[in-house]
Unconditional design. Structure first.
Length: 279
């Protein structure tokens, strides 16, 4: 399922230490790009604490689930991280670019990046200098990206973001339930998805009776690219695909638009079958 295995992590830390290396960072993921998997953050945090290693969580894709009372448990343990990345412009729909790096240790960003450039950052200002964020980042002038998030949060509220995220995950589960036992489809992994990533193969009629061998895999690898190209040519829809490890090209349907409906999902399934029947 694409998750980090804590026992393997600890084994690799010990191997590195035995070779004279100093492990200093573990980067866990909350919502992987392809599978939408969430690493077991509590177990990883325990290991990082045991070996005094910095724990970073890449929550760029899955961090928005913290807004959902139904799904936020998938990020249990993130509060123990030393740093977290989070992209509201992804699951939460904030206009690009809107990304955040959250660091537990107060003052760390200043101590790493500040230059005390007197021609830029005067120290005799008549207000609290903690509001001057210029010395916290490498760049100087930049967009006020947080304003977009603030404005949407004011408009939608936390419950509005929650409804938006819950709707997308419900649509992903609807797609999964529609195709998991449907003729012509095979899921890339067992069980319903943790996020809105639904990974599957479409098996055209010509391949359904074939044994699972190298020839079948070679032909199946070409199916998703052809269907994707036809989708683009007809202008009806678009679904990403890719191989991963020993798995040949499969579709990765990611739902992040809460305006989508069950009818849209039904259309997608019908369209894949229409465009792939002759392959």
């Amino acid at each position: 399922r694409g998750k980090m295995i804590p026992s393997d992590l600890e084994r690799r830390i010990l191997e590195a230490k035995q070779k004279g290396f100093v492990p200093f960072l573990v980067s866990a993921t909350a919502g992987t790009t392809v599978y939408g998997a969430f690493d077991p953050l509590i177990a990883i945090a325990d290991i990082c604490k045991k070996y005094k290693i910095w724990m970073h969580v890449d929550g760029a894709w899955g961090g928005g689930l913290l807004m959902s009372r139904k799904h936020k448990w998938k990020l249990n343990g993130v509060e123990r991280a030393n740093s977290v990345t989070w992209n509201p412009h992804k699951m939460m729909g904030v206009p690009l670019q809107c990304s955040a790096l959250l660091v537990r240790e107060e003052g760390l960003m200043q101590s790493c990046n500040q230059m005390h450039a007197s021609y830029l950052f005067q120290q005799d200002k008549h207000y609290d200098l903690s509001y001057d964020t210029g010395d916290k980042a490498l760049q100087c002038g930049r967009h006020v990206d947080v304003f977009k998030l603030w404005l949407m949060w004011r408009a939608k509220g936390t419950t509005g973001f929650e409804a938006q995220i819950d709707k997308c995950l419900e649509l992903a589960e609807y797609l999964y339930n529609k195709i998991k036992n449907r003729e012509g489809y095979e899921m890339v992994f067992d069980g319903k998805p943790q996020h809105t990533n639904v990974c599957f193969w479409y098996i055209p009629p010509s391949l359904r009776s074939m044994d699972d061998n190298e020839e079948r895999m070679s032909r199946l690898m070409k199916v998703a690219p052809v269907i994707k190209a036809r989708m683009m040519e007809y202008g009806t829809t678009m679904v990403s695909y890719q191989p991963l490890g020993d798995k040949v090209n499969f579709f990765r349907m990611v739902i992040s638009n809460p305006a989508a409906t069950h009818q849209d999902i039904d259309f997608l399934i019908d369209e894949i079958e229409r465009l792939g029947q002759d392959l």
